[in-house]
Design a protein around this ligand. Sequence first.
Ligand SMILES: Cc1cc2nc3c(=O)[nH]c(=O)nc-3n(C[C@H](O)[C@H](O)[C@H](O)COP(=O)(O)O)c2cc1C
Length: 394
Amino acid sequence: MSRIVFGVTGGIAAYKSLDVVRCFKKQHQNIDIICILTEDATKFVQPLSFSTLSGNDVLTDLFSPRKTPVHIELAKSDLIIVAPATYNFIGKIANGIADDLLSCVIAASKCPVLFVPSMNSAMWENPILVENIKKLKKYGYYFLEPDTGALATLDVGKGRFPCTDFIVEEALCLLNTLKKLSSKKVLITAGKTESYLDPVRCITNNSSGTMGYELASAAKFQGADVTLISGPTAITPPNVEVIKIKTVEELKNKTLKYASHADILIMAAAVVDYVPLSYSANKIKSSSNSISIKLQATPDILKLVKTKNKELFTVGFALESDKHLENAKIKLKSKLLDLIIVNDVSSISALDTQLTLINKNMKVKKLPLLSKKEAAGKVLNWIIEEYISSSKTV
Ligand SMILES: Cc1cc2nc3c(=O)[nH]c(=O)nc-3n(C[C@H](O)[C@H](O)[C@H](O)COP(=O)(O)O)c2cc1C
């Protein structure tokens, strides 16, 4: 989950920045948005609107008592956007002034800062502002050019707040350069497998595929080149390469094929452990009271893949009904995994899940009950941390 500090200063376009926050929140759920309003911004817009749209408290006060000063905490974000950025605020930052919460966050931060200036065209052309922007660009601050058109006073000129989509796109590009998995290939398996007894009956399970799909979209967001091998599901896949499979055999073959090019494998598919030994080309008749079906164990795909790709960072899932940690630790070792994620059988088609993560050194991290989207974000962060510390550079 990335965190953006979204600063709003006292310009007439402050109301337009509400739409930018709304757009981030609606389209990019993996981004946490913290809004900071300057005192003068609150004369144009209400903090309440920003807190509702961002889903977080809005901050305005530098001096709220806390263990860690709030500006130092927020300085550790992934991106700071100031939209709109007033003539006054740009001048303050260019001259090293830090006398309110937003300017202090910027002063204390090493993350990229994107200014979206908006003002009357005469202010925009003022040589003092031109100098200030030049100076800030020299120090690595980013600026979006304002649009030309009708201004608040109905004069026509340069200084209009750019459109929402443009701001969001530019901000995401900036965030992309910080992606932790850029240029990495991540292979994810998701959903259930089906093994047919006859043309209409199969042995399968209730997996919805949600967790694997959420992990795929979280990995894509972190800049990874994602391939998703998916069993049958009713959900829409994220915008990644999707390979559809049905049977365990297909899953095994595709996973082996794609794993040889991958840096990380996350095996979230719920593979059936036993498949029918034989297949009846004709539908099995319901003439007798009982029939016997002989089942055979499915191959251990994870172990097979890991044996052939020793360098591959491999993450498995354990779905348990009892002795969760004990069973997961055994699985972690026997399948040669780098990480295992344990969940209870009750979570298989549920909306929320409570996960426990165990790494190779048997370090255990328990997550609270979360939506599968939130859980996927946290799991991916831990995978990235462990991947980095396993001496493979990201
Ligand atoms: C009605 C009105 C509209 C304003 N619009 C803008 C504007 O669009 N851009 C700007 O740079 N300043 C604008 N100002 C001036 C700023 O509000 C003023 O410089 C303020 O001190 C900025 O505070 P801040 O930068 O701390 O948020 C406007 C002022 C008023 C009264």
